[in-house]
Each structure stands twice: as C-alpha cells, then as structure tokens.
Design a protein around this ligand. Structure first.
Ligand code: AMP
Length: 120
C-alpha cells in the first residue's frame, strides 16, 4: 500500500488547507506559499507519487486535473489573460512533495518559463 502523503492528508481533511474544489477524483487547494496572485495546487485524490508513476488507469484522473484547472482559472478571473500549469517531476524537476500535483499559477505576467544559466 502506498503510504500517506502531506497532500493525501489534506485530501482526507486530516490537516487544514484552503480547499477550492473537490470531487471523486481530484482536490484543489491554495498553495501555502503562493508565488503568484493565483497559485492553486491540483492533486489526484489517490497517491500517485510522480508523473513517472501515472498508469493508463489514471487517464481520467489526469484529464480531470486539466478540466478542473480550466474551471478554476475561469473562477479566479485569470482565464482570458492566461496562466501556467506546471507539474514538477523528481529531482531535476525540483519536486518537493511526492504526491503528483499540478500548479495553477497566474494573475500577473509570468515571464519566460526558465531563465538561462550564465554558463549555458
Ligand atoms: P513542488 O515543488 O512542485 O513539489 O511543489 C510543492 C508545493 O507545495 C510548494 O509550492 C509548496 O509551497 C506547497 N505546499 C507545501 N505544503 C503545503 C501545504 N500544507 N498546503 C498547501 N501547499 C503546500
């Protein structure tokens, strides 16, 4: 059995979070350390540690993450201006919490996705 994660404890209501959406497949809550005016995390209710662990059985859940992100962007009033969806994976992706999550970020211009290192 996959062990509990910080985010599964939020999904289950065991620790508090500002939950903005929940259904039978996914939960969305505000990032505790927002880096943009809108910064929401969308997670599968079941623990999928990283994108590497997604299986064909998870297709509807992964699709739901996008559909709900679109709805929340509308609710937040950022859909027309645009926004960014990010899923970090593993060490090089700088993933901190090993429960797959999608960042919905917007509310201001976000600039280029990555800044080039001086040495590149
Ligand atoms: P990542 O680096 O993609 O793994 O992102 C993890 C995100 O989880 C960071 O943006 C954190 O600010 C956020 N985070 C960590 N703990 C909590 C929490 N208890 N509630 C909401 N967001 C959290």
């Amino acid at each position: 059995m996959i062990e509990e994660t910080l985010f599964s404890r939020i999904v289950n209501g065991d620790i508090p979070a500002d939950i903005v959406y929940q259904d039978e497949l996914v939960t969305a809550f505000r990032d505790i350390n927002p880096r943009t005016p809108t910064h929401i995390l969308l997670v599968p209710n079941k623990v999928i540690p990283t994108v590497n662990d997604v299986s064909a059985d998870d297709e509807s859940t992964m699709g739901r993450l996008i559909v709900v992100a679109q709805k929340l962007a509308q609710d937040e009033g950022i859909a027309d201006d645009g926004y960014r969806l990010i899923i970090n994976c593993g060490d090089h992706g700088n993933q901190e919490v090993y429960h797959l999550h999608m960042h919905l970020m917007g509310g201001r211009p976000l600039g280029p996705m990555l800044t080039r290192k001086q040495t590149d």
